[in-house]
Design a protein around this ligand. Structure first.
Ligand SMILES: Cc1cc2nc3c(=O)[nH]c(=O)nc-3n(C[C@H](O)[C@H](O)[C@H](O)COP(=O)(O)O)c2cc1C
Length: 487
């Protein structure tokens, strides 16, 4: 039975970029009465690659036909849609990389891509759909939010940074006003203030629509951050996802000086645990994430005063997720054969945040033999050149280029190209010529190691199996709960 407590979902299927929590997965979860979350990270590139692969099933084009700026859909189709798909070995056509200021056409493509993802996730049911974005991937965020809001997104969930200005941006965009975010420039002194803006009025030939203001959930890993956001965000924070260091994707670094264990992983301790009493004292709903993918974890989260749990890893390997079927079966088979390992890599992500990496014995994966190319650029950060202009760099780009931009050699060590690796995980690897393709870079939470227990003898499973598993033994409470089925 599908249940939400006090109007709030008790299971959130966590946002998983790039394209792992796609519209298919989010829709399946939302239809079951829980919160399905699409990832908006780099979804503009996912979107143009789906079009270049022929948009099998016509889903992308079906959603595009509903975008309220039809001329945008038309020009994007002309440029990127290849009805026959892209022949093997032919590289995908690229989007211009994001910068502080981009053309209206580039902004509109980002809006359209996020619109499509949310529109498809919401198609044909009344369930709840959210979008997940990374605060640190700043430059596309306003256009992504606006596109998602045009499709009626119900929730926005953001972590990986301090999303203090997002609530205000949601208010502004919903009221058809200009939204502004402070833009981080590496090494900038006080008084060197740059901004990112999006003004919906510049995109509409006539007064545009007022939009629903989605609920905003901040993903946090420390009480101090929750308190700061609850008190000092520039608008309403509707809840928190409290994410521990066992979660998939990026993790918050441990507090204090970085110490590593003998496997080279960051050491976390008691200081990194979130005090749930303090969370309850804030009086705002919260969900627990990271290793919560079991019926017992759900029950104990509810007993601890949480509204529920956010789960990633269990959903990441279900039939509906964006990981390629080959990759899912490599992991599920590999688990049975003891060939899967998980580690928290403190160096892999150019963001500087620890990043969880899954190793599967015998499965090719991106490593430091990759010839460095930076052509997607989502993790580039802005810096000021000696002449005072803004330029962009990424610690995973070619080392000479990074150094020529004033970057520090030490920053480049061990960095992986998350952009290209994560796109390879979902079957959109860029082709580099001579038969060379970008390799996957797989991430999951520590729970991947116990996935085998849940999967048992099955070769695959669905999102509905995950939800049924999580709810095992949980009886809906008629005094508090609203049953969504049949709504
Ligand atoms: C493959 C994968 C990708 C993820 N990507 C993101 C992301 O882009 N943004 C984000 O906020 N969290 C991301 N997460 C974290 C999930 O949203 C969720 O909080 C986490 O997986 C919960 O812990 P669990 O993996 O133990 O279930 C990712 C997790 C996985 C497994």
């Amino acid at each position: 039975m599908a249940v939400v407590s006090d109007g709030l979902p008790c299971i959130i299927q966590g946002g998983m970029g790039v394209g792992v929590s796609n519209w298919v997965l989010a829709r399946a979860v939302a239809r079951l009465g829980h919160l399905g979350v699409v990832s908006g990270t780099a979804v503009d590139t996912v979107f143009v690659r789906r079009l270049q692969d022929g948009d099998i099933g016509g889903h992308v084009r079906r959603a595009m036909a509903h975008f309220p700026l039809p001329s945008v859909s038309e020009s994007v189709l002309r440029r990127y849609f290849r009805p026959e798909g892209t022949p093997d070995g032919v590289p995908y056509k690229m989007l211009p990389m994001y910068k502080q200021m981009v053309s209206h056409a580039r902004q509109q493509l980002t809006m359209l891509a996020n619109f499509v993802e949310v529109w498809l996730a919401k198609e044909g049911h009344q369930g709840l759909v959210g979008i997940n974005l990374l605060t640190k991937v700043q430059m596309p965020n306003l256009a992504s939010l606006y596109g998602a809001m045009l499709a009626g997104v119900d929730y926005v969930l953001m972590g990986a940074g301090i999303p203090r200005e997002i609530p205000g941006a949601l208010d502004a965009l919903s009221e058809h006003r200009q939204a502004t975010l402070r833009f981080d420039v590496e090494g900038a002194g006080a008084g060197d203030a740059e901004t990112l803006t999006l003004d919906p009025r510049e995109h509409w030939p006539h007064p545009g629509p007022s939009l629903k203001r989605p609920k905003f959930l901040a993903i946090i890993s420390a009480n101090s951050l929750a308190t700061t956001l609850a008190r000092k965000a520039n608008g309403r924070v509707d809840g928190f996802v409290v994410e521990g260091w066992t979660a998939g994707g990026h993790n918050a670094p441990p507090r204090g000086e970085l110490r590593l264990n003998d496997r080279g992983e960051p050491l976390y301790g008691e200081r990194d645990a979130v005090d749930l009493q303090k969370m309850r004292d804030l009086g705002v709903p919260f969900w627990l994430a990271g290793g919560m993918g079991s019926p017992t974890a759900l029950r104990s989260a509810l007993e601890a005063g949480a509204a529920g749990i956010q789960v990633g890893t269990l959903f990441a390997y279900c039939d509906e997720s964006g990981f390629t079927p080959e990759l899912k079966s490599e992991v599920l088979m590999g688990l049975k054969q003891g060939k899967v390992g998980i580690r928290t890599d403190p160096r892999a992500s150019p963001t500087g945040f620890p990043f969880k990496v899954v190793d599967v014995e015998g499965m090719p994966s991106q490593d430091d033999r990759r010839t460095r190319v930076c052509d997607l650029g989502y993790l580039r950060v802005a810096y000021r050149t000696p002449s005072g202009k803004l330029d962009y760099r990424c610690a995973a780009e070619p080392i000479d280029t990074y150094l020529a931009k004033g970057g520090d050699l030490a920053d480049t060590v061990g960095r992986r190209c998350l952009c290209n690796g994560l796109l390879a995980n979902i079957g959109h690897a860029q082709r580099r010529g001579g038969g060379v393709e970008e390799l996957p870079l797989l991430t999951s939470g520590d729970d991947v190691m116990v996935l085998g227990e849940f999967v048992g003898d099955r070769e695959h499973y669905t999102a509905s199996d995950v939800v049924a598993h999580l709810l095992k033994g949980s009886a809906p409470r008629p005094d508090r709960d609203t049953v969504l089925s049949g709504r």
